[in-house]
Design a protein around this ligand. Structure first.
Ligand SMILES: [Zn+2]
Length: 391
């Protein structure tokens, strides 16, 4: 497919996915309501969500682009109202200091499970080549796909097992993310992690693309003696987020099927899942935000074919951050100060988040905004992997 085709396609889709321009004007300044003046925190959030008809959905929501934007607009209105009545609660949710409100998390999980239902059923269709990986217990055959789909339909316990098997991780709070950050920053991570960047490889005479090995003395010397504190943060940020700026704080993000990038490549065991997701996830409200620096530019994470985001809530939160970066930034500053205070040794006065502070906007905003839902038939599966819409 020519570059021209990709560009045209992206432009078309980008146009059709432009947010409704009336949003900004439609926002009402809301004052605390008379019927519930004392509500705060999650209780207030739930009250507002109910008022906006969120959380009352029975069954599965099916989206086309228009419905997806309408759902996001509904969430956006509710989040805006929450921001006027209890901004501290909203900001604590955004930076991972407060668990997400139940309605938001439940809608994302319910839609995820609806998506799994379709995936399992599709794999059982006789005219479909889709073969899923159900782990070592199951053979990867059409017969298995049919058997599993039947059991899935009958047993709610089995549906839970499959969801558990597919879903590798979901919500993570700032403290959990800080723990990972700290262990990597001090090169105490128990396993190999990330990949050595070109810059670090050049500095230390390594081959780029190998994993960082905290137990290897050459790697230790490179990390501790040759990389600056900012460079160490940048190395961590290639494949894992910093506390405060992880989308996993929102309750809308899922790591699905596996976490090893190689397993999602063509001919490998999770490639079918990935192609199916690229074609069908958006119908259920999910898109792949991290498509890699090649498409999204510097200061972004590597391509994550396992990370799927529930668009209506997640992008309503992104819109809020885009329109109020200074509020989000002060919540981040307070969070980082909190962790720095705890970690800073007596003589150390540096921040463990200096580089993140300078670049958080890149990491938060350099994401693909949507992955195409329905691919025209003239595009081969391998080109699907190259198409993202960036707005
Ligand atoms: Zn993830």
């Amino acid at each position: 497919m020519s570059k021209h085709h990709i560009t045209t396609l992206c432009a078309l889709v980008a146009l059709s996915l432009m947010p409704h321009p009336a949003w900004a004007q439609e926002q009402k300044e809301t004052t605390p309501t008379e019927e519930a003046p004392q509500l705060k925190g999650e209780a207030l959030a739930e009250h507002i969500f109910a008022k906006h008809n969120l959380g009352t959905t029975e069954g599965c929501l099916k989206f086309d682009e228009k419905k997806l934007l309408a759902r996001k607009a509904l969430w956006k209105d509710a989040i805006w109202e929450l921001s006027t009545q209890d901004p501290d609660y909203l900001h604590a949710w955004l930076v991972g200091q407060q668990e997400p409100p139940k309605t938001a998390i439940q809608e994302a999980i319910s839609q995820r499970d609806c998506m799994f239902g379709q995936l399992v059923a599709d794999a059982a269709l006789p005219d479909n080549d889709l073969i899923l990986n159900y782990g070592d217990k199951y053979r990867q055959s059409k017969h298995t796909m049919e058997k599993v789909a039947k059991k899935y339909e009958k047993s709610s316990q089995f549906r839970k097992e499959v969801a558990h098997m597919f879903s590798q991780s979901h919500y993570r709070d700032a403290a959990g993310q800080a723990y990972i950050w700290y262990r990597k920053f001090y090169f105490k991570h128990p396993r190999s992690f990330n990949l050595v960047s070109n810059q670090a490889a050049e500095k230390c005479g390594f081959t780029p693309g190998v994993s960082w090995k905290p137990k290897n003395t050459r790697h230790q010397r490179c990390w501790n003696d040759h990389l600056t504190k900012d460079e160490r943060q940048r190395e961590i940020l290639t494949a894992s987020s910093a506390p405060g700026i992880s989308r996993h704080h929102w309750g809308t993000e899922f790591d699905l099927y596996g976490l090893n990038p190689r397993r999602f490549m063509e001919e490998r065991e999770l490639h079918d899942e990935y192609v199916w997701m690229s074609q069908n996830a958006l119908t259920h409200g999910f898109f792949q935000p991290f498509t890699g620096p090649e498409m999204l530019g510097e200061h972004t994470y590597i391509e994550e074919r396992w990370h799927w985001s529930y668009y209506p809530v997640a992008q309503a939160l992104v819109s809020y951050i885009e329109e109020h970066p200074e509020r989000y930034e002060s919540a981040l500053d307070a969070l980082w100060e909190h962790f720095d205070t705890r970690w800073r040794g007596k003589k150390q006065t540096f921040s463990h988040f200096s580089y993140v502070k300078a670049h958080w906007k890149d990491y938060v905003f350099h994401t693909a905004r949507l992955k195409l839902a329905l691919m025209p038939s003239w595009i081969s599966p391998s080109s699907i992997l190259r198409i993202a819409v960036i707005t």
